[in-house]
Design a binder for this molecule. Structure first.
Ligand SMILES: Cc1ncc(COP(=O)(O)O)c(C=O)c1O
Length: 466
């Protein structure tokens, strides 16, 4: 195909017209990715980069996968878009059915949106409205109980339940009040656990983990007691808090939250936008603790990371509260123009089909074991404070002071320096502050995992000087 504009024009437009997310545009240098092949990205210069973070945590089966491509093409020849306002289409309806078949049995209905943040907004609004319309209404339940350092997206409702101050503090005056619990961190543990952590190691000793989970849960219990019947829902990222820096919860914490929600008669929203679709080793992270949520948010990997589609799955009890004669206005007055878009739904159906036909999920434990083994030596590095992992999500945290777990000042951009070095090795990574994130497509190969870890090692040396 002839290029109608010069590459230099296009780069100028990318720098001056396109406002990139989470990017300081004053210093942005254009980098144009033109093609994808499996787990690799190819830029406008023909350079190849291993996609070490799944194009921001969403790609599952690699790029340009023929099965997903074909599904989108076939749908395109039928129709590209159908509204979900008062009508539907067979692709989206089939997706809802198949998605629920793969999800916890508590979930029987699906509300589709386009992005993760919108799926969270929907969950919050559904929970809020539920308490006003259920059989025994409790309209005083208007607060959400959220986790310390939570991240649920960048729209104002999702920022309200979020707790990453570097991203969220600016918008404080615009946000609604939230009851905030501690971050159930397995690395920066409360002082009483530090001595035991040193011998137990992070995420290894079951009784230590159970004690740590109970410690955090006790604080959630106190908050629920304090706000007894005012909590509309607890919202949590299950097992791992992504944007907080892949903070890993002690095992049993999520199940404990479910028990607390039941005991205090409130709802549990599980935000699986980052953890869903096999990354932690099960299709959903909440399945590892046998948790049946009232609402579950999915996004990112739902379409295999191909097209924007997200979903809020709900239990039947919530659905029932919205049914009634038209005149009672019990409907959910919320919608996004492209929610449930059939092209994206076709990609999502193809994604689920690949889970069924390729047995990709079954391959995660052995790949995760190899990744663990490759990362293990980094624990001895004088500036690596923590190496944490669940399934194919891993993080290596660089620290200035290992003993006291003190990070480098964020202004020093050590994570960025490390990732720049990885790029020289042909690996694309995007850090979270001092934390190097590894979240490759599930199709990553053994050789690619070795390259990934090698590039991280070189990156750490470049960033820390050791
Ligand atoms: C746990 C979690 N929830 C919600 C979101 C927001 O999703 P989106 O960026 O698609 O709005 C993210 C994005 O990183 C996430 O990690």
């Amino acid at each position: 195909m002839t290029q109608p504009f010069s590459l230099s024009d296009i780069r100028t437009w990318d720098r001056t017209h396109v406002w990139h997310s989470f990017t300081q545009m004053a210093e942005y240098e254009p980098w144009l990715i033109e093609r994808g092949e499996g787990n690799w990205l190819i830029d406008d210069q023909g350079r190849r980069f291993l996609d070490g973070v799944s194009s921001l945590w969403c790609n599952i089966h690699g790029h340009n996968h023929p099965h997903i491509n074909r599904a989108i093409e076939e749908q395109l020849h039928r129709i590209a878009h159908v509204t979900s306002l008062g009508m539907g289409n067979s692709t989206t309806a089939t997706l809802a059915h198949r998605l629920l078949q793969h999800s916890p049995s508590s979930l029987l209905h699906v509300f589709f949106s386009s992005d993760g943040a919108s799926a969270v907004e929907v969950a919050l609004k559904l929970a809020f409205q539920y308490w006003r319309q259920c059989d025994q209404p409790q309209p005083q339940r208007s607060l959400f109980l959220a986790l310390g350092q939570a991240y649920h997206g960048d729209t104002l409702g999702s920022v309200s339940v979020g707790g990453v101050s570097r991203f969220h503090a600016m918008f404080d005056p615009l946000l609604f009040d939230v009851v905030r619990g501690p971050c159930p961190d397995s690395y920066r543990v409360p002082p009483a656990f530090e001595a035991r952590q040193a011998t137990a190691g992070t995420n290894s000793d079951a009784s230590y983990e159970a004690a740590l989970a109970s410690h955090y849960l006790a604080q959630y219990e106190m908050l629920l007691e304090e706000h007894t019947d005012r909590i509309a829902a607890i919202i949590a990222e299950p097992l791992i808090q992504g944007a907080a820096g892949m903070v890993m919860h002690p095992r049993g914490f999520l199940r404990g939250l479910r028990e607390l929600a039941d005991r205090f008669g409130t709802l549990l929203i599980v935000d699986e936008i980052a953890t869903g679709f096999g990354r932690t080793g099960t299709l959903w992270a909440c399945q590892q603790e046998d948790v049946q949520p009232d609402l579950l948010c999915a996004g990112k990997g739902l379409s295999g990371g191909y097209l924007p589609i997200s979903a809020t799955l709900t239990s039947n009890k919530i659905w029932q509260a919205f049914l009634g004669p038209y005149e009672q206005s019990r409907s959910f007055f919320h919608g996004h123009t492209f929610g449930g878009n059939p092209l994206a739904a076709a990609a999502a159906l193809a994604n689920l089909e690949l889970f069924e036909t390729t047995h990709i999920l079954e391959s995660v434990p052995s790949k995760a074991a190899l990744l663990k083994q490759l990362l293990e030596p980094l624990r001895n590095h004088p500036h690596v404070g923590d190496v944490r992992q669940r399934g194919l999500i891993a993080a290596v945290e660089m620290v200035a002071d290992k003993r006291n777990k003190i990070g480098y000042p964020w202004e020093q951009r050590r994570g960025v320096i490390a990732c720049r070095r990885a790029i020289d090795e042909g690996v694309w990574l995007r850090p979270l502050g001092n934390v190097l994130i590894l979240m490759p497509p599930l199709t990553i190969t053994e050789e690619e995992l070795q390259l990934l870890v090698k590039s991280i090692e070189l990156g750490i040396t470049a960033a820390t000087g050791v």
